[in-house]
Design a protein around this ligand. Structure first.
Ligand SMILES: *Cc1c(COP(=O)(O)O)cnc(C)c1O
Length: 390
């Protein structure tokens, strides 16, 4: 008998910053038989998820849900809070900051960008200055986590500055909610939103948005065109445990499961787990003599500079197609091939992270990068298994 070949079974792991893995009980809930949405049975589910979403967002304000990807609720924020010709300050520190500007322009707003170099964050002082120069500004739009660069913004500090003015503070938490600490009510956030396929551990297809009382005054008066995303309809419906249009019923079943998982772990526990995974990943990167990209790296993902002599896009391709581990490369023309983004977002545990690091080592080695296999994994394990009780 000849030597058996190397194993042919290959599992797939997804460590991309969305979509993220879906827990098995959440997947199973998506297969439940359809029920009608205008029924006491479904109203009970809406009631439960409405409470769970407030827990997830850490807010006393209602959180509305609608069928769309994250960008849909970004558009909803602009359409509901702003009127044509009004000034919108946008922190443009990456691809998603730029998306705010694009939406603002589509709605005829006067977009004033605060341009931040990719990988850097906006300081509260910069926000203060731009608000002083633009006292007419109606809103400041930013990200909790700029997923394209791996930076987490200091929402608490920026919120302190914005709340001294009349401007609304709007935060895209699409990768941040359910991963990065955020207290919108305490921090003066007037609008916080996210999508389903990141920290919420669901398949893509739901958007979530909450607004403050201060924001409601603007919503009532805003002159932008809106229909499907008119938050007034969602407010009226949710008050009666209802939804204005046919909801994505299966996703709402799944949402209930996901929110139960989050409650069991506690939101602080969820944030802490992401913090550990991020710390372990950063330790691995350093041990491999690689460099971090983000000035203020968040819990969501670790962005790594592609080292000289390595083809960044090819590396991501080797990891995905040959090794079965999906991470993300650089997003957009500026970043393509320049960074690797290893997400530890959503339904991830320590072994998911060490698997990704192991795959990264193998792929780097195949690209001729000099390293000793296991170096990164060992460094990560030292952090991830530090607590003997865990
Ligand atoms: C993923 C992401 C988006 C876009 O969300 P879609 O669901 O793809 O529309 C916007 N902002 C941030 C910060 C993101 O991470």
């Amino acid at each position: 008998m000849s030597t058996p070949a190397m194993p042919k079974i290959k599992k797939n792991y997804i460590l991309a910053p969305g979509p993220t893995p879906v827990p098995p009980e959440v997947s199973a809930a998506g297969a439940w038989p359809m029920i009608h949405h205008r029924t006491p049975q479904f109203r009970a589910i809406i009631k439960e998820v409405a409470e769970g979403l407030k827990y997830l967002f850490v807010t006393q304000n209602p959180v509305y849900f609608t069928a769309c990807s994250g960008t849909g609720v970004m558009e909803a924020a602009v359409a509901n809070l702003m009127s044509p010709g009004e000034t919108m300050i946008v922190v443009e520190g990456g691809k998603f900051g730029e998306r705010w500007s694009e939406i603002g322009k589509a709605y005829g707003l006067n977009v004033v960008p605060l341009k931040v170099e990719y990988g850097q964050v906006a300081s509260p002082v910069q926000i203060e200055e731009i608000l002083q120069k633009n006292p007419q500004a109606k809103g400041v739009f930013t990200q909790l986590s700029e997923t394209s660069t791996g930076c987490v913004f200091d929402i608490e500090a920026i919120g302190k500055v914005v709340s001294k003015t009349n401007a609304l503070f709007v935060v895209d938490g699409i990768s941040g909610v359910g991963a990065e600490p955020c207290y919108p009510d305490k921090w003066g956030v007037d609008c916080l939103l996210t999508g389903s396929q990141k920290g919420v551990m669901l398949p893509p297809g739901l958007g979530f948005i909450s607004v403050s009382q201060k924001a409601w005054d603007s919503i009532e008066k805003a002159k932008s065109p809106r229909y499907y995303f008119d938050l007034r309809a969602y407010k009226k419906a949710l008050a009666q445990e209802d939804s204005p249009y046919t909801p994505a019923i299966s996703l709402v079943f799944q949402l209930r499961e996901a929110l139960n998982i989050i409650r069991k772990e506690t939101i602080e526990g969820v944030w802490a787990r992401h913090g550990w995974l991020a710390e372990g990943t950063r330790a691995a990167i350093k041990a491999l003599n690689l460099e971090l990209f983000a000035q203020r790296p968040g819990n969501i993902l670790t962005a790594v500079k592609v080292p000289a002599g390595v083809d960044g896009e090819k590396l991501v391709q080797i990891m995905r197609d040959d090794l079965g581990v999906t991470i993300a490369g650089g997003q957009g023309e500026k970043m393509k091939g320049k960074v690797l983004r290893i997400a530890h977002l959503g339904y991830q545990d320590r072994f998911d992270v060490t698997t990704a690091i192991a795959a990264l080592e193998v792929a780097l080695k195949r690209q001729g990068f000099s390293l000793k296999l296991g170096t990164g994994v060992a460094a990560a394990e030292e952090i991830l298994w530090k607590d003997p009780q865990s």
